[in-house]
Design a protein around this ligand. Sequence first.
Ligand code: GLU
Length: 385
Amino acid sequence: MITTDLANVQAATPVSEPSTIVVKIGTSSLTQGALGKLALATIASLVETLSHLQQSGYRVILVSSGAVGVGCARLGLKERPRTMAMKQAVAAVGQGRLMRVYDDMFTTLGQPMAQVLLTRTDLVQRSRYVNSYRTFRQLLQLGVIPVVNENDTVAVEELKFGDNDTLSAQVASLVGADWLFLLTDVQQLYSADPRYNDDAEPIYIVDKVEQLADLQVGDRGSQWGTGGMVTKIEAARIATTAGVRTVITEGKHPENLLKILSGEALGTQFSAQPRPANARKRWIAHGLMPAGKLYLDSGAVRAISQGGKSLLAAGITEIEGEFERQDAVQLYGPNGQEVARGIVNYDHTELQKIQGHRSEEIAHILGYDGAETVIHRDNLVVHMA
Ligand code: GLU
């Protein structure tokens, strides 16, 4: 259900401590004016709020954009760079400056911080995923606030998070956060664009992200950043399916985080879905990059989602993509909705041959013995209906 009537909004119960919160702030909140100068007052308020939260027992991670924007300002560029090499060079200039500003401000408040730069590939390989998790955990145990950005200077186009909304949701999933705050330039989501539509109503609570499917949200990011509402809603989907309560709220007032954590109905709040049983399943669902799609009949959807069963070849009706064994794939039901993700035991050519067949027939069709299941249930993450 989507709640647009404030009277029906119930205060959030603050989660039991120590809870972990991930806060994402974008370039449009961190900079001001056409030249991308830093919005120092906003950054100071953010740093104060996060230090306060950390010192009151929360574990805090900041995901901050701004490397490209600040780099442009530092180099006097009038517009966002277009070529990859230029973007990467500019980000290298801006990232250092950005960290300098954060570190000065956090240090003034006696709060240690750390720079963590991630690329999409860090989360694909299981050993690097686990390693990144351990580093975050260690930093948080030390009372440090990690300040995360994409490693723009080395990331390659096909293997980028692309925007920090997605990055922040992935980080929230990785560390098993309780809250993700996406700070942006509007107070909350509206049922239509409020600039052009007098009937636009603020949305306070979203129980399931799918309920926003019909919403007309602008998809353009700001002049310097890359996100927009579309990437925020996608980030909310990733984070909530990983069990993270997600809030879209205004970046100009970071101090509002304290109010939201104490139960005020500010911003648009997305309810968390049940958290996948273990961290490995969250890696399968969000760390791995799916290389293909399997379409299932309704019997197979029922078996995996209600019966906790493995996926067998018999229930597969169609295959898309050129995936190898042990790649991740997305599973779709007959109504076209994604129902699960998992790691396949067969590559796409093998699956083309055995789809729709019973497991006993597989050895005969392929001419060799294969796994009994296409995706074993330990390697399957079902999205809750
Ligand atoms: N990583 C980019 C930067 O720091 C920003 C990506 C985004 O705008 O979401 O400039």
